[in-house]
Design a protein around this ligand. Sequence first.
Ligand SMILES: [Fe+2]
Length: 265
Amino acid sequence: MNIKVEPFENNIGASISCNLKLINQNIINEIKETLNNYGFVCFRNQNLEPGEYLKFAEQLGKIKEYPMLKDLENFKGITVVERKENDKGKSYGEGWHTDSSYLNKTPKYTCLMGKIVKKDQGQTLFASQLASYEALDKNIKEKIENLIGIFSSAGPISVTRLEREAERGTGKSKNFIAEHNIVKKVGNRKALYLSPGHTIAIKNLSEEESKNLLKYLFNHQTKKEFQASFFWEKNTIVIWDNHSVIHSATPFLGRRMMHRIILDA
Ligand SMILES: [Fe+2]
């Protein structure tokens, strides 16, 4: 291995030591392998300019357009994820979800880089959906094997975008609905693919049945034993696999600003 990998709690997530300005195909392959094994990875002290950050991300996957907000000027593919000093609502992305699950083709990876971060300005929590699927009992696994979820961009997490959309929105906030199997093949394993912030129903079940099943599965998939947390610092880059982990921002005070890139595999 060219990189040093240190797993976080519950073997979910890992810290990788390497300089992202000096990467090659072998290192990219090792980063992807670590993502397959741990669901998310973090890199501390990476002083990348936006152009260098895009160049790194392009080696991991195909940069995907984020439909809700306009890109950073002159850097197509970078979205500014920000909480401002006087914002009143929840933090951007606060609440369990997996990114853009309301699209027909959902992004495989998200990269997030801390640009303006002060001390104690929040964490991102992750929960492994490989582990959560594997811990379900056999009857539930059989029951959900072929079920299809309905995912909406107007789901409960959408309120955390309102302040940014008012400034830089594309006007497409509530336009997207997609259907996905709620059991997803990830490599040779299976994951629970549900996004509490977007999944509004299970197809072909009664309203009551759908509501009860989602309540049970949302509660299951966010249990402590499947979770790891990660604290933010300036110049930290985190990458996660949206098909095998869900995540949630935690509340914090003051201005914080990140650069985000989403990728197809
Ligand atoms: Fe997110």
